[in-house]
Design a protein around this ligand. Structure first.
Ligand SMILES: C=CC1=C(C)c2cc3[nH]c(cc4nc(cc5[nH]c(cc1n2)c(C)c5CCC(=O)O)C(CCC(=O)O)=C4C)c(C)c3C=C
Ligand SMILES: [Fe+2]
Ligand SMILES: [Fe+2]
Length: 353
């Protein structure tokens, strides 16, 4: 906002002490992802898992039932076991999980891109739903830099209450405490956006061309959620199926060679099916010797891809008769990946820039 357009009391230099400091009419973009533990030790893991698994958007089991399961069983055993898994993929140079390293790189690339379009009018930052950097703190930092309009970009192509909604809830909880809220926009899910589908397919084709073998089957694995969430109206399953169909059509392979599955089942309830580990085992047992896995639901590589898919599922495949296995990386901050994030940001900032 030009100084001349401010109410008299807010003009710089003419501010009475009892008036709020004027904001500079700048725009903030906040990339949001899930979050990762601060370290791989027991207490860091426990803090992360406790925050994550206490979120009612993630675990809908009634509190009275869930509290003893979480505190007496899960938080005594899981931090140690999962801490070892995290240690195997940790970015030791920066002492952080890869999800953080990659999300930061995405934000830096987007910042450089938007600077080319809008100069210093836009600030790009990033935050995590669980752990650090906290959404509340990064929103505050954007306000302090003069942003009175903020675009939230949940980096989940497929919407789920357990991911996109809880990230927005958290941002809105921070806004609830503000007398002078910024204007907020939230970017929509992009599971069927042609820029995203093209990027995922181009990236896969490039990675497949580098392999020393040609896979007989490609498995498209998405993070699972309890089946009950679908029955209660969460569109996540339908978004995943649509992404998979559009990828398959762009790829030109039949359904039996271009499969889909859901990974990371947690607890005894039924989750979305078919399960990735069971599918990989069944493929190997049915005589498939060469396969590739891709996980287009993750905007950045993380524990669920680098460890669960590339290590655990590779072992399952090789152990049951498979011979060659490839994990194809996520879009991350690659050229393909940044094309998607830049296009979302540019589209959603229309009318603001
Ligand atoms: C138990 C319930 C869980 C639901 C529902 C769930 C949904 C869900 N998660 C992602 C993306 C990620 N999940 C990650 C790790 C992770 N997920 C759960 C549990 C649920 N996720 C746990 C307990 C963990 C931590 C690791 C473990 O203990 O198994 C990650 C990786 C984070 C990292 O630091 O690398 C991502 C990303 C999606 C997309 C989703 C539903 C749509
Ligand atoms: Fe998860
Ligand atoms: Fe569906």
């Amino acid at each position: 906002m030009d100084d001349i357009n401010r109410p008299a009391g807010l003009r710089q230099g003419a501010q009475p002490v009892d008036h709020p400091t004027g904001r500079a009419g700048r725009i903030g973009v906040l990339l949001l992802n899930l979050g990762t533990p601060e370290g791989t030790d027991y207490w860091s893991m426990r803090r992360y898992l406790k925050e994550f698994l206490s979120d009612r958007r993630v675990i809908e089991t009634p509190r009275l039932l869930w509290w003893p399961i979480l505190n007496l069983i899960i938080l005594t055993t899981r931090p140690g076991r999962k801490g070892r898994d995290y240690a195997s993929i940790w970015n030791n140079e920066r002492d952080e999980g890869p999800l953080k390293t990659i999300t930061r790189a995405q934000a830096e690339d987007l910042a450089a891109h938007l600077k080319g379009i809008a100069g210093d009018k836009v600030t790009v930052d990033w935050a995590m739903r669980y752990g650090k950097p906290e959404i509340r703190q990064r929103l505050q930092a954007l306000l302090e830099q003069g942003c009175d309009r903020i675009l939230l970009v949940p980096l989940y192509p497929q919407y789920s209450a357990a991911t996109s909604a809880t990230a927005c809830d958290h941002a809105f909880r921070a806004l609830m405490d503000m007398r002078w809220q910024p204007t907020i926009r939230v970017s929509p899910p992009y599971h069927d956006d042609s820029v995203y589908i093209d990027a995922v397919v181009s990236s896969m084709k490039r990675d497949l061309a580098k392999l020393p073998f040609e896979p007989e089957v490609i498995l498209v694995s998405f993070h699972g959620v309890p089946k009950e969430y679908l029955l209660k109206g969460d569109p996540y399953h339908c978004h995943c199926v649509k992404t998979w169909r559009l990828m398959r059509e762009a790829f030109g392979w039949p359904e039996d060679k271009f499969r889909m599955s859901f990974q990371s089942r947690f607890g005894p309830d039924e989750w979305l099916q078919p399960y990735t580990d069971e599918t990989v085992k069944a493929l190997a047992e049915s005589g498939v010797k060469r396969m590739a896995i891709v996980a287009p639901g993750f905007s950045a590589d993380c524990l669920e891809t680098l460890e669960e898919l590339d290590v655990e599922n590779r072992e399952i495949f090789l152990h049951h008769g498979g011979e060659q296995f490839a994990y194809l990386p996520c879009l991350n901050d690659s050229e393909d990946g940044m094309r998607v994030i830049r296009s979302i940001a540019e589209r959603e900032l229309q009318g603001w820039l």
